[in-house]
Structure formats: structure tokens, C-alpha cells
Design a protein around this ligand. Structure first.
Ligand code: BTN
Length: 243
């Protein structure tokens, strides 16, 4: 494991992506930054964390053992690793909001941006970007966000939190290598935010509809039981869960 520590960078994901185009990168190369000037989130959003009290890092993992159709298992293994790590710090009521937002007590504390490196239509590696709100004390205009500190009243050592997350990532990626797909999916589904609860979704056209989250397909689509008792599958571009 090689850890590169930087003070400021545009984005730790972009840094690893660039590096992987220029040179060979070893499995488990990690980049951590105190500040990001152009932090990126899912679906082209930005990740703003002006606070060096939080963790921002990316992990380069070699995943050529994983068939491309199973690439959602990277999200599953990552979400589980984060949740299991945070459980060790006694963070309450942890859930994963599909596909990989980590919530505690219904508030977002961690975002994940996964960018796969594909060569000749084979999955080669993945860059897992993790932004975790650790010691931040206020989220003025973000009522649905929180931090480990706000949830527990404790001040956390960033290196210690990073160490435990990396340890759990290794554990869950080993399960992935051992093809424990069913076990990983079952655990992920048991931790899904709003599973089996009446929920409201927004489709790509912006209309709202209701349903119950039931499960995840093998390709990572969300399976929702609609009001007319039909089970329908949605991919990330088709739907977002509102509440
Ligand atoms: C999201 O919730 O939309 C995902 C946010 C991911 C943020 C992290 S911070 C470290 C890494 N570098 C980035 O530019 N993004 C990820």
C-alpha cells in the first residue's frame, strides 16, 4: 500500500486518473488531500469541502478479476467497507442510499465517486473517491448533511479513520475476489436506506412517483415495487430517490 499525501489538489480522483494514464500504478495506491479545488461528485456534480477537518481521498484498485457486468459490485464492496468501518467508531444508524451515499440518522455523511478504468472493453482498475465529513461542525445551508463529529460529539483522528476504512476496503475487495457476490449483495440490500418503506422517486423527466425499494439487480439497478404491484428496474440515469 502506498499513500500519497497532498495539501491541495483539484481532485484526488482526477489526480489518480491522470497518473494512471502516464505510468503504471500499483494496486492500493491512495491519494489523500487536505483541500480540493475541484472536487467532483456523482452525475457531474461538484463536491465542496472547504474544510480540512474532513477526509478526501481516492484509492486505486486493480479489478481485472471482476467481469465488466459485475462492476456494480465495486459500489457494493465500497459501501459495505465504509459502513463497517464507521460502525467501529460507533456511528449510529448507518444506511446506504442507492447507489452509494452513506447516511447516518438519515443525513448524508459520505459520498463516493467510482470511476472505472476500462481497456479493450475489459475492466482493468477502479478509482474509488471518498469524501467523508469527519470533524466539520456546521452545514449551514445543507440540512440533510452531517458529520461524524456532529453525530457523536467526539473529535476524530483523520489518519485513524482513514486506516480503518482502508482495512475494511481490503477485506471487502477480498470477498469480491473470492466471488462472494450473493453474500455481498444480501448485506448491501439489508442496509439500503428506505428499503420496504413507501418512498418518492423522481424520474428523468422530473415527474414524481411512489413505490417501495425491494432489491438490487445483479447489474446494480434499483428494483422498485410500484403502486400497481409491478416490480420495475431503474438505472442511475432513470431515477433518483427523494425521500
Ligand atoms: C457524491 O456524493 O456525489 C460523491 C462525492 C465524492 C467526493 C470525493 S472527495 C475525494 C474524491 N475526489 C473527488 O473529486 N471526488 C471524490
Amino acid at each position: 500500500m502506498r499513500i500519497i499525501k497532498l495539501n491541495a489538489i483539484d481532485s484526488t480522483n482526477s489526480y489518480l486518473k491522470q497518473l494512471s494514464m502516464e505510468e503504471f500504478i500499483a494496486d492500493d495506491t491512495i491519494v489523500v488531500a487536505n483541500y480540493q479545488t475541484q472536487g467532483r461528485g456523482q452525475m457531474g456534480t461538484s463536491w465542496v469541502s472547504t474544510d480540512s477537518k474532513n477526509l478526501m481521498f481516492s484509492v486505486f484498485k486493480e479489478v481485472s478479476f471482476l467481469p465488466a457486468e459485475q462492476s456494480f459490485y465495486i459500489s457494493i464492496a465500497t459501501s459495505l467497507a465504509i459502513i463497517k468501518a464507521l460502525e467501529q467508531f460507533l456511528i449510529p444508524k448507518l444506511r446506504v442510499k442507492w447507489p452509494n451515499d452513506i447516511l447516518s440518522e438519515n443525513k448524508k455523511i459520505c459520498g463516493v465517486l467510482i470511476e472505472n478504468v476500462i481497456k479493450q472493453s475489459h475492466l482493468k482498475a477502479t478509482i474509488i473517491g471518498i469524501g467523508l465529513n469527519v470533524n466539520q461542525t456546521d452545514f449551514n445551508n445543507l440540512p440533510k448533511a452531517s458529520s461524524l463529529h456532529l453525530l457523536t460529539g467526539k473529535v476524530f483522528d483523520l489518519d485513524e479513520v482513514l486506516r480503518v476504512i482502508l482495512e475494511n476496503l481490503t477485506f471487502y475487495f477480498n470477498l469480491l475476489k473470492e466471488e462472494k457476490y450473493q453474500e455481498l449483495k444480501d448485506t448491501y440490500e439489508s442496509l439500503l436506506f428506505r428499503k420496504d418503506k413507501p418512498s418518492t422517486f423522481k424520474n428523468a423527466e422530473g415527474s414524481l412517483f411512489s413505490g417501495f425499494i425491494k432489491s438490487i439487480s445483479n447489474s446494480g439497478n434499483l428494483q422498485v415495487l410500484l403502486e400497481d404491484d409491478v416490480l420495475k428496474e431503474f438505472d442511475l440515469k432513470e431515477v433518483s430517490l427523494l425521500y
